[in-house]
Structure formats: structure tokens, C-alpha cells
Design a protein. Structure first.
Length: 448
């Protein structure tokens, strides 16, 4: 008899990119749906094993299935082990989901996974209904469970997206966007990085395997492939080989990567563009050098980043820059400097994100209350120059200013005010019932 796993990614009415931020997850204020690559990898390993079988219940891909329907669906399924993929923003609801599953099926075996559960391990053991807490990336855990040896990103199979309703993984324009990894983690050592905290040392995937991944996604009809590497162009020679093979094989697909932008030179950019690159995402983080040094964040000087953004723009490649607002050291002046830096670098898209730390060293008895429900933020008591209210005001203001300056006031109203207001209204609707999944489902149905 095969052992059957049910892998579940719940949805609670708020769009979360669950494998972002080292699998703490990032709340998105848009409608695009990202797959959870480690979950797909884990499902693929189980599906290919002679001794196991797998069912994937991705609520995001099932028309954003609400929690009460998800619970009924889980109860109707026959399986040996249930894995719940958690995130920081949803962990209180995830824990309640586990409790409800165990309440309706006391004999079920429920595992929780995701970086947040490694912070909460002690609390979960003492207070939750979960039978097992997986504190490492799910695909690595499942790889060892099935193969009885450790695996790296190079041992992962080509992700089998046919195990899920993958056509639901679309970007904001409705294009099917699937993800793969040519590497995992990062050799840089920014001290706030949630990726290196979870993934450890940098791992690389062989070119031939990456090519197999690309072919597989293209054969399924992926319109965009997003490399979920943290530092895609870390190994330039490897990237050149991948691009050259894509060109030689005539693979026609648009793709996106995230990287340290000053690692891209003209020759590489030309090749990547020819191979289908449409967007480069990169972190700038702060316009204040001292703050970057405090966090050992070496993203390169602003002039170089500005020059490379222009070079990419001239080749027709879009750029998206990430900035962090609200470092404990931030003042009104440094926030303004970060805004001026963004204006100078002049990327096509920007994201000003609130600083949040996932490093809880020295903090004892961490409980789920430390993670703010459905926000990209924690309640960690940090000595900050700016209050949270001031930080959020600054983010709203400079995001709107950037859009107004780069596009127009109307777009700024739509993207930075209307969408955000609707999002906050939805959060307010469910904020009081994060642990009452029936009430949450009822309220979410009202706003659908
Ligand atoms: S460059 Fe990015 S991925 Fe690498 S350590 Fe710094 S924050 Fe993490």
C-alpha cells in the first residue's frame, strides 16, 4: 500500500506569495497568483516515488477556495498524512485550520511546514494540535523522507505542475506564470535576509536540469517563467550557458529573474534579452550608506545601479527595484534619501516595503502573536526612530509620489490609493476573526 500525502496550501482571502521571503511569505496587494515551488517540488518527489502518492490541494489554484470549503474538502479525502503550508501572515489561521482538521478527524496525522513554524516550534509543540513540525524547506524534508538521504536544489526533480491546476498561476495581466530555480539561497550576507536564514548555503542546479525544467514549463503552456533564485546572475557563466541553450533550441518564452543588478554587464544583458528576459528585479533597500553597512548589505553604489538600469532599459528590459522603509535607524531624512535614490535609479517599477525582522535571537517564548495577521510585519519590539504609523505614512506617500512622477496622478490614485484602501478594508473585515474560520469564510463571501 502506498502512503498518501495531502499537501495543502490554504487561502484566507488575502493574497500571499507563500514562498517569498524565505517561505515566510509576502502579502501581495495585487491579484497575481504565484505557485509555491517547494510545495510543487515536494509533490513531484512523492508522485515519482514507488511507495508514496500525493494529492495537492492548493486553495489558490482552486478558485481561491475559502477555509470552510477547504475543511470540508480535506474531510472528504482519504490520505495518511496532511501537510499544511503556513506563512507568517496567516499562521494563526493555519493553526486553527489544523485544530479543525484534528477535531473532525482525530486519527489524521497533520504536519505543519514553512519557515514560520521553525520560529514557533516550542510553542506549537505545547499548544497546537499538529502532530509534526517540519522546520526545514518542505521539498528537502520530503526528499529525505522518500530517499533516505539529504538533497540539495540540484537533486530536486523537474517540478511537475500538472499535479495542480497550474493555469490559475497567473500574473496581473492573466498570463500563466510558473516558477523554477537555477539556484537557491545567496552568498551575500545581509543580516536581515530571511532566505539565507532558512536555506543556508548557496546551492546551484545543473544547467541540463534547468533546461529540462524550462522545456517542461514551456510544454505546459507557461507564458512567463520566473526564476525564483535569490541571486540569479551569481554564476554568470552558468546563466550564459542557459541563455545560449534557450536561443539554440529556439525556446520562445518570456522570463523574469531577481538578482544583484551590478552583476549584469552589457554582454550578459544582451544574451539574456535575446533568450527572452523581460524583467529584472533587484534590491536597493536604502539610500543611506550607513544603514546598508549596518546590515552588511552590499548592493553596489547608486551610480552603478543607475547606469545598469539605463542599459537594461535601452535594451527593452524592464526593471523593478525593492526598497525598505523603516529600518530602526531610519529617520525622515534617510527615508527621503531612499526616495531620492529611487528617483535617481529610475526603475520602471518600485516596491517600498516595510522593514520587518525575522531574526528573533535572544527572544524567548515566541508565540504566533508576534506575526501581524495578513500584514508583512511583526510585533517585535525594536527601538526605532520612526513609529509604525510614520513608516506606513511614508510608504504610502512615497509610493504615490513615485507613481505620479513616473506615470500619472490617476494611476497613482488607482494603484496606491484605491487598491490599497480596498485591501485594508478587506483586512479590517477579517482581522477580528483570524481564528474563526467559519466567520472568516462568511465575511469573505460577502465581499466577493
Ligand atoms: S542580497 Fe538579497 S538574497 Fe542575498 S543575502 Fe542580501 S537580502 Fe538575502
Amino acid at each position: 500500500m502506498k502512503e498518501v500525502f495531502l499537501l495543502v496550501r490554504p487561502y484566507y482571502g488575502v493574497n500571499i506569495h507563500t514562498d517569498a521571503q524565505g517561505e515566510y511569505g509576502t502579502v501581495l496587494h495585487s491579484n497575481d497568483v504565484f505557485p509555491d515551488l517547494p510545495l510543487i517540488n515536494a509533490a513531484t518527489i512523492l508522485n515519482q516515488s514507488e511507495d508514496h502518492d500525493v494529492i495537492v490541494l492548493d486553495a489558490y489554484a482552486e478558485n481561491k477556495m475559502l477555509p470552510d470549503t477547504l475543511l470540508k474538502t480535506i474531510a472528504s479525502m482519504s490520505c495518511d498524512k496532511i501537510v499544511i503550508k503556513t506563512t507568517a501572515a496567516s499562521v494563526r489561521s493555519d493553526i486553527e485550520l489544523v485544530r479543525r482538521i484534528k477535531m473532525s478527524s482525530p486519527d489524521s496525522y497533520v504536519i505543519v511546514s514553512g519557515q514560520v513554524v521553525s520560529d514557533l516550534e516550542d510553542w506549537l509543540k505545547a499548544n497546537s494540535a499538529a502532530d509534526q513540525i517540519v522546520t526545514e524547506p518542505l521539498d528537502k524534508y520530503i526528499y529525505r523522507y522518500v530517499n533516505h538521504r539529504n538533497g540539495t536544489v540540484n537533486d530536486m526533480p523537474t517540478p511537475d505542475y500538472s499535479l495542480v491546476n497550474y493555469r490559475a498561476y497567473t500574473d496581473d495581466n492573466g498570463r500563466v506564470r510558473l516558477t523554477i530555480q537555477a539556484s537557491r539561497s545567496c552568498p551575500m550576507h545581509c543580516t536581515y535576509c530571511p532566505y539565507t536564514k532558512y536555506y543556508g548555503a548557496y546551492e546551484s542546479r545543473d544547467v541540463d536540469k534547468v533546461m529540462e525544467d524550462i522545456r517542461s514549463l514551456v510544454s505546459l503552456g507557461a507564458e512567463i517563467i520566473q526564476f525564483r533564485d535569490q541571486f540569479f546572475t551569481c554564476d554568470k557563466e552558468k546563466v550564459k550557458q542557459i541563455c545560449q541553450k534557450m536561443i539554440d533550441e529556439g525556446i520562445k518564452v518570456s522570463w523574469i529573474c531577481e538578482t544583484k543588478i551590478n552583476s549584469i554587464d552589457e554582454e550578459l544583458a544582451k544574451l539574456m534579452k535575446k533568450a527572452g528576459l523581460i524583467l529584472v528585479c533587484f534590491g536597493v533597500e536604502s539610500g543611506n550608506k550607513e544603514i546598508l553597512e549596518t546590515y552588511n548589505s552590499n548592493k553596489g553604489d547608486i551610480d552603478t545601479q543607475k547606469r545598469i538600469v539605463k542599459m537594461l532599459k535601452d535594451k527593452g528590459i524592464l526593471t523593478m527595484a525593492f526598497y525598505i522603509i523603516g529600518f530602526p535607524e531610519d529617520t525622515w531624512e534617510t527615508v527621503h534619501a531612499t526616495y531620492r535614490c529611487a528617483e535617481e535609479i529610475d526603475s520602471d517599477i518600485v516596491a517600498f516595503n516595510e522593514y520587518t525582522t525575522f531574526y528573533f535571537d535572544g527572544k524567548e517564548n515566541i508565540d504566533p502573536g508576534i506575526f501581524r495577521p495578513f500584514e508583512n510585519s511583526t510585533n517585535v519590539d525594536t527601538d526605532c526612530n520612526l513609529s509604525r504609523d510614520e513608516i506606513r505614512y511614508a510608504i504610502d506617500l512615497i509610493s504615490a509620489m513615485y507613481t505620479a512622477n513616473h506615470d500619472c496622478l490617476e494611476k497613482s490614485y488607482t494603484f496606491n490609493h484605491k487598491i490599497m484602501s480596498e485591501y485594508r478594508k478587506n483586512i479590517a473585515m477579517i482581522a477580528g476573526c483570524v481564528e474563526d474560520l467559519q466567520l472568516m469564510s462568511d465575511r469573505l463571501r460577502q465581499i466577493r
